[in-house]
Design a protein around this ligand. Structure first.
Ligand SMILES: Nc1ncnc2c1ncn2[C@@H]1O[C@H](COP(=O)(O)O)[C@@H](OP(=O)(O)O)[C@H]1O
Ligand SMILES: [Mg+2]
Length: 274
């Protein structure tokens, strides 16, 4: 028994937002510091800021929900995922944090069995935060932890007949992604980093994000849930929704597409693996 079954997921999403915002304040303070960094085995960077953010999030999650396993990027525990577990990316878009574009996010998702049920994506440098429990909402990041947030509902848009807006990673591209995008009639491409791509589609500012290169479950779970609650969908090869908690594959995702309008799904030609 975790007690989470009886939780109001929209209330819980606000609590996750407070944690992500607290971590985000620390990230902002570290933005201009000379932050030590190293390159991990997968070739992606890590900084002291990733670790500081993760420490705060782990502490707060353990305080609020003791005993619920947490799979976090920098200390990815191999603990058994229970019925409920958290997926945490303390700093998604570390490359952008280092390069100062501001396009980085803090992602926290609560997963029930293999699908997210509650999530936050905070973009501290852009001053925006998205949440979802049963509905997707967005607000401005307040300057202080005590200030309240005026949450507004967000909704993905119907795909326009022509000129879809596609979001592509600023730092990670690959041929399979390009081939898949070529099957859609893309009018505009916008480079965006981190889980912000899911949130911009959830807010009706873009239509599609295709990713055939490697990503991890903590990169996508929170954005997946926010976009799903906003009326969109994140699908893998064959059109099925993504599932989470795959320790057997080290929490790696396969290829996926995030869609504002599910009607785009039949037009996709995703490869079966990355
Ligand atoms: N070779 C690789 N293996 C695993 N994940 C990778 C990867 N290259 C990029 N990623 C993932 O892509 C994320 C960045 O996505 P984007 O390019 O859309 O901003 C990274 O997030 P982190 O910055 O949290 O490490 C990382 O998790
Ligand atoms: Mg990260």
């Amino acid at each position: 028994m975790t007690g989470l079954d009886d939780s109001d997921m929209d209330v819980l999403a606000r609590r996750l937002a407070a944690i992500a915002i607290e971590a985000g304040h620390v990230l902002r303070r570290m933005e201009h510091a000379l932050v030590d960094r190293y390159v991990k085995d997968d070739g992606t960077p890590c900084t002291l800021a990733d670790l500081a953010s993760e420490e705060i999030i782990l502490r707060q999650l353990n305080l609020a929900w003791p005993g619920i396993p947490v799979i976090a990027e920098e200390t990815a525990s191999r603990a058994d995922t229970d019925t409920y577990f958290f997926l945490v990316d303390p700093l998604d878009g570390t490359g952008d944090f280092i390069h100062g574009t501001g396009e980085y996010s803090v992602n926290i998702a609560l997963v029930h069995r293999d699908r997210p049920v509650c999530a936050v994506v905070a973009a501290p440098a852009l001053g925006k935060v998205w949440i979802a429990g049963t509905r997707a909402e967005a607000g401005a990041v307040p300057d202080t932890a005590e200030a309240s947030i005026a949450w507004q509902p967000v909704r993905a848009r119907a795909a326009p007949e022509n000129g879809l807006v596609a979001l592509v990673s600023r730092r990670h591209g690959d041929r399979a992604t390009e081939a898949c995008l070529a099957t859609l009639s893309i009018g505009t491409r916008r480079m965006t980093s981190s889980a912000l791509k899911f949130c911009l589609i959830a807010s009706g500012e873009a239509d599609v994000y295709v990713r055939c290169g490697p990503t991890m479950e903590w990169d996508t779970a929170a954005g997946d849930h926010i976009l799903s609650c906003a009326g969109g969908r994140v699908v893998g090869p064959g059109g099925a929704r993504l599932t989470y908690g795959h320790r057997d594959r080290d929490y790696r995702n396969g290829p996926f597409a995030a869609l504002g309008d599910v009607a785009l799904a039949p037009r996709l030609a995703l490869p079966v693996s990355c």
